[in-house]
Ligand binder design. Structure first.
Ligand code: HEC
Length: 311
């Protein structure tokens, strides 16, 4: 009898242990993880990850290995929907700007993260600013985070405090009411239509990324893009800025914006010439001139953004 009682007791004990093991792992603080071809990847909880854009097969294979079933992009670039599908992963494209996260869009993101199959990986281009801000909203609304947790997460992610709207999205976002969630609908497109200027900026950024890579290699054509030599990349920048100037969206932004786009085009052209010269006459003077032109172009991007984009 006694032995039986004891074993019944043990039975209950091990049942408890089994039940506890079966519960999902509790969310500790966000934890950095290394994933191939994904920058700044973090695990925020059993159902939530954050990081940069997954680039190619290896990246999506790594997400699949983590168990990720939905990827939410919050930047303007067109998601690689086909590659994701190959790994049984669904994309939801819900872009936001740098000036903050409009409440309606934040609620759509939160709802997508809550209702689409998890775990969910939330990303922007480099996984530093917009992605972490959107992930913070998901943490607040879906994972029981406090505003302090959200703020310290953005710090850990390296979000630039200059993006005050993004910080506010984490510090001030209050989880949506059931009615708000209801109103958000359930249209989570795999590819969203973005404004023409955003689309142009995404292209500009692609060229700029290639040039940044090339710069690390002393402005020789970089490994990943051997077909794209630096002067040619700069020429593409020139053309994209020229096209941007013709967009109605750009024109409606006023004189200062028009002037800044015009200067950006001129800066891209100076960079192109400097890189052409460096390719033809690789010497220290030409290398310095290329560095200088690169720095001027870089300031051209940030000056316009701080005035017209990030607010
Ligand atoms: C004349 C102003 C101006 C210049 C110069 C400029 N940008 Fe932009 N950029 C903007 C504006 C405005 C937006 C936001 C557009 C919106 O959200 O509607 C933007 C958005 C972006 C975005 C975000 C796209 C997305 O995913 O939503 C990136 C990335 C970007 N710019 C990169 C660059 C780079 C790199 C350069 C320089 C090589 C540059 N920009 C130069 C005005 C400028």
């Amino acid at each position: 009898m006694l032995a039986k009682k004891t074993s019944a007791g043990h039975g209950l004990g091990s049942m408890l242990i089994v039940t506890m093991l079966a519960l999902p792992a509790q969310a500790g603080p966000p934890e950095r993880i290394e994933l191939p071809r994904i920058e700044n990847a973090f695990r925020l909880g059993p159902r939530l990850y954050s990081g940069g854009e997954p680039r190619g097969e290896e990246a999506f294979a790594a997400l699949k290995a983590l168990g990720v079933r939905t990827v939410i992009s919050v930047d303007g670039a067109t998601p690689d929907v086909e590659m994701a599908r190959k790994f049984g992963i669904r994309y939801a494209h819900l872009p936001i700007g740098y000036d903050g996260v409009p409440r309606e869009q934040a609620i759509r993101i939160v709802k997508a993260a809550r209702t689409l199959p998890g775990p969910v990986f939330v990303h922007c281009h480099h996984g530093k600013h917009r992605g972490p801000a959107a992930a913070a909203a998901c943490g607040l609304a879906n994972e029981g985070w406090t505003h302090e947790q959200a703020a310290s997460w953005l710090e850990q992610a390296g979000t630039d405090p200059g993006y005050r709207g993004l910080l506010a999205a984490a510090r001030e976002f209050n989880p949506p009411s059931p009615e708000e969630l209801d109103r958000a609908g359930s249209d989570f497109p795999e590819r969203a239509k973005v404004p023409a200027l955003v689309d142009m900026m995404v292209r500009i950024d692609g060229r700029w990324d290639h040039l940044k890579d090339a710069r690390k290699a002393g402005f020789r054509a970089s490994g990943d893009h051997l077909d794209a030599d630096p002067p040619h990349e700069a020429l593409q920048l020139v053309e994209h800025f020229r096209e941007s100037r013709r967009l109605d969206e750009a024109r409606s932004r006023g004189d200062d914006f028009a002037r800044k786009l015009e200067s950006a085009e001129a800066e891209a052209e100076s960079l192109r010439k400097a890189l052409r010269n460096l390719a033809d006459h690789p010497d220290p003077t030409a290398a310095r001139a290329a560095e200088d032109a690169f720095a001027v172009m870089s300031r051209g991007c940030t000056d316009c953004h701080s005035r017209h984009r990030d607010r």
